[in-house]
Design a protein around this ligand. Structure first.
Ligand code: UN1
Length: 454
C-alpha cells in the first residue's frame, strides 16, 4: 500500500508518495527506539536540553520553507502556517528547559531518620499518532515533552501530513538528535495499530472513533494513554458584548483554516437582545472571509461530508444566513456558512464536521445559554463574549468545557498550559505544559533508611 498526500488547493499536485512500511517495520522501529532510550536518558538533562534547543533553532532556520510545505500539503492559509511554525519552535524551546525541572520531592519519614523521595522516570518508547491539521505543532507538542523527560519516540503521522512529518524528522537529524531517539514512520491503520501494540506510552489526537479504539487497545495492554478527540465548541454572546468584536473573533473561529481545528466554533449561542445584531455582524464578517483566512478543506471526502450535512439540514428546515454554496473552482473549497433553525437533533448540531460551518441558536438568558452549550458529548473549548466580569466568571464556573476563553476565539491554544476537553473530547492526562511532563513519566518512591532501618 502506498501513502500519498495531495495539495488540497490543487488536487492534481501530489506532495508525496511513500510505501507504507507495514507492521513489522513499526515493531522494528520501536525496538530500535527502545534500545536507544537508556543512552538518551543517561546522556543527562544538559544533553537533552541542548538537543531540544537545537531542534527549535532548526525549525526557525527553515521557517519559510516549513510554512510553504504546510500550505501545500494540508491547505493551511500562509499566515496561520507561519504561526504554526513559530509555535512549533516555541514548543521545542519551552520543553528544552524541562530536563532541568525537579523530577520529584523529598518527604519526611513518618518515624525515625531516613530519606523518602519521589522521582519521576520515563516509560521507554512513546508511540505518537498525530492528525494532519497541525502537521508540525501537534507532533512536536507530543514528542518534545516525551523526549525531554528521557523517553524516545516513534511518530505515525496522518497520511495527509506525511511530508511535513518526514521533514520534521530530517530537521531533528540536522539538529544532531541521536539516532533512533525520534523516528517518523508514515503509515495508515496497520502501522497505527502496530505502534499502539508495541509502545510503552501512547498519545493520540484524531477522530473519536479511532481514538476510542486506541484507548481500548492501550488500556488492554496496561499502557498509559491519552487521546484528544473531537470537539463541538460553542461561542456564547451576551447582550452586553461588543458585538463587532465578538463577531470578528467568532468568524475567525468558524472559518479560520476552514474550521479544521478541534477548537473551531460550530455553535453560536446568542443571548436575548444580542441575537439580531450578532446575526447581522456575523453574516457580514463571514461574507468577507477570504482565502487568506479560510482556505480549502483537506480532501474531496471532507467537502462532500460538509456540503451533504448542510443540504440535509436545509431539507430538515434550516435556513442559510450566509454561504452554503460550493464554490466553482479547483480545490476542495467550502463557503464559510452560518445556518439558523437547525433541528436540535440534526447531526450538524451534534457532531463535529471539520468545516467552516456553524449553527446559530437563540437563548433567553445566560442559564439557557450555558445549558445549551453543555448539551454536547464533546466539550473542548467554549468562548464567552461579554463586558461583564460577573457573567464571565459565572460562565467559566458553570461551562462544562476543558478550555473557556473570554472575549477570544474558541480556537488558539497557549502551548505552555494544559490542553484538553471534558466528556468525550479527551481521555487521560492533559497534553502540553507541565501536564505533559507528568503524562510521559511515572513516579517512583524511594525510601532510604539509615542502617537498614534498624
Ligand atoms: C488550536 O486551536 O490552535 O487537533 C490548536 C486540534 C487541536 C489543536 C488546536 N488538538 O485541532
Amino acid at each position: 500500500m502506498s501513502i500519498t498526500s495531495y495539495n488540497p488547493a490543487d488536487p492534481a499536485d501530489l506532495v508525496v508518495a511513500v510505501e507504507a512500511p507495514g507492521a513489522e517495520a513499526v515493531r522494528a522501529a520501536v525496538g530500535r527506539a527502545r534500545a536507544a532510550q537508556a543512552g538518551w536518558l543517561a546522556a543527562g538533562a544538559g544533553a537533552r536540553s541542548a538537543a531540544l534547543g537545537r531542534i527549535a533553532e532548526a525549525v526557525e532556520a527553515h521557517a519559510e520553507e516549513l510554512a510553504a510545505l504546510i500550505v501545500r500539503e494540508v491547505g493551511k492559509p500562509l499566515a496561520e502556517a507561519r504561526g504554526e511554525v513559530a509555535r512549533t519552535a516555541a514548543i521545542w524551546r519551552y520543553y528544552a528547559q524541562a530536563p532541568y525541572e525537579p523530577s520529584g520531592a523529598v518527604h519526611e519519614t513518618a518515624a525515625g531518620p531516613g530519606l523518602l523521595l519521589t522521582r519521576r522516570r520515563p516509560y521507554g518508547v512513546a508511540g505518537l499518532i498525530a492528525p494532519w491539521n497541525f502537521p508540525l505543532a501537534i507532533p512536536s507538542w507530543k514528542a518534545a515533552p516525551a523526549l525531554a523527560v528521557g523517553n524516545t519516540a516513534v511518530l505515525k503521522p496522518a497520511p495527509e501530513a506525511t511530508a511535513c512529518a518526514l521533514r520534521l524528522a530530517e530537521l531533528t537529524a540536522l539538529a544532531s538528535l541521536p539516532e533512533d531517539v525520534f523516528t517518523v514512520l508514515p503509515g495508515g491503520a496497520e502501522e497505527g495499530v502496530a505502534l499502539v501494540e508495541a509502545a510503552d506510552v501512547v498519545s493520540f489526537t484524531g477522530s473519536t472513533g479511532v481514538g476510542r479504539a486506541v484507548v481500548r487497545a492501550a488500556t488492554g495492554r496496561g499502557v498509559p494513554v491519552q487521546a484528544e478527540l473531537g470537539g463541538l465548541n460553542a461561542a456564547l454572546v451576551l447582550p452586553d458584548a461588543d458585538v463587532e468584536l465578538a463577531a470578528g473573533h467568532i468568524a475567525a473561529a468558524i472559518a479560520g483554516y476552514a474550521g479544521q481545528k478541534c477548537t473551531a466554533t460550530s455553535r453560536v449561542i446568542a443571548v436575548g437582545a444580542a441575537y439580531a445584531p450578532l446575526r447581522e455582524a456575523l453574516v457580514k464578517a463571514l461574507a468577507t472571509v477570504d482565502d487568506s483566512v479560510c482556505g480549502p478543506v483537506v480532501n474531496e471526502a471532507a467537502r462532500e461530508r460538509m456540503t451533504g450535512a448542510v443540504s440535509s439540514a436545509v431539507e430538515a428546515g434550516a435556513s442559510v444566513l450566509v454561504g452554503g454554496r460550493v464554490p466553482e473552482r479547483a480545490g476542495w473549497y467550502v463557503e464559510p456558512t452560518l445556518l439558523a433553525d437547525v433541528p436540535d437533533q440534526h447531526p450538524l448540531a451534534r457532531e463535529e464536521f471539520f468545516g467552516p460551518v456553524a449553527v446559530l441558536h437563540a437563548a433567553a438568558d445566560l442559564d439557557e445559554a450555558i445549558a445549551l452549550a453543555n448539551d454536547t458529548p464533546h466539550s473542548l473549548a467554549t468562548s464567552v463574549h461579554t463586558r461583564s466580569l460577573d457573567a464571565a466568571l459565572a460562565a467559566a464556573d458553570r461551562l462544562d468545557a476543558g478550555m473557556i476563553r473570554v472575549n477570544a476565539p474558541s480556537s488558539g491554544v497557549d502551548f505552555h498550559l494544559p490542553f484538553g476537553g471534558t466528556k468525550g473530547a479527551s481521555h487521560g492526562e492533559r497534553e502540553q505544559g507541565r501536564a505533559a511532563l507528568e503524562f510521559y513519566t511515572v513516579s517512583r518512591t524511594v525510601s532510604v533508611l539509615p542502617g537498614g532501618g534498624l
